[in-house]
Design a protein around this ligand. Structure first.
Ligand code: TMP
Length: 220
């Protein structure tokens, strides 16, 4: 089947550490796809539905040791199921493209590589919660952890200050998150594209648009 004959939307996830520029780039990508006549829904994890946003508030606030990695993974799985059932799958079924700020690779990177949980357990939990949903394309915005934390810390607004539970982890934790994302991308090159998050915003946006064009807009 060629892309033009597809009736379902495409599922694009943008991943990366703190302060990598994911939300800016998702807005840019939505605008670019809109210019190509493609309808999009932009959403985020943890979150994307009222219930999942309530779980997000539990996850991203409070002391760093409020939850251990296993409890985090369970909370995230519950939020992800609600999001997949109520937003992602229905949009894809309507032919709408879904652009998601973080998804399952964040669980592998944060709770797995950096949090110490085994990947096979996290993948089994994902399958139980969500089933066979896999992104068509994952963009990994890569940035040195120290630079990302600096950017995230400089972000204005009370919300990011309140949502700092993960940002307060050690630099070593965030470096391991970065290595985790890079490892995932190297293991799954057909799904994942690594983009240099340290480049100027316009350059990053062009590279992401090029990756989307190459992987998802050709008539192949
Ligand atoms: P955000 O601020 O980039 O939206 O993400 C909120 C935090 O949630 C971020 O510090 C990473 C964390 N997180 C996980 O630890 N595991 C996950 O699966 C997801 C989606 C996010």
């Amino acid at each position: 089947m060629t892309d033009r004959e597809r009736t379902t939307g495409r599922f694009i996830t943008v991943e990366g550490g703190e302060g990598a520029g994911k939300s800016t780039q998702i807005r840019r990508l939505a605008a670019w796809l809109g210019g190509q006549g493609i309808e999009t829904v932009t959403t985020r994890e943890p979150g994307g539905t009222p219930g999942a946003e309530a779980i997000r508030a539990l996850l991203v606030t409070g002391e760093p040791d409020r939850w251990d990695s296993t409890t985090e993974a369970l909370l995230i799985a519950a939020a992800r199921r609600d999001h997949a059932v109520k937003v992602i799958r229905p949009a894809l079924a309507r032919g709408v493209w879904v652009l998601c700020d973080r998804f399952a690779d964040s669980t592998l990177a944060y709770q797995g590589y950096a949090g110490g949980l085994p990947a096979d357990g996290l993948i089994a939990l994902y399958r139980f919660a969500v089933g066979d949903l896999t992104p068509d394309l994952t963009v990994v915005l890569d940035l040195p952890a120290a630079e990302g934390l600096r950017r995230a810390g400089a972000r204005a607004g009370a919300q990011s200050a309140a949502e700092s539970r993960f940002e307060e982890r050690t630099l070593r934790f965030h470096e391991t998150v970065r290595e985790g994302f890079l490892d995932i991308a190297r293991r799954e090159p057909a799904r994942c594209d690594i983009v240099d998050g340290a480049a100027p915003v316009d350059t990053v946006a062009r590279q992401i648009a090029a990756a989307v064009g190459k992987k998802l807009l050709s008539d192949g």
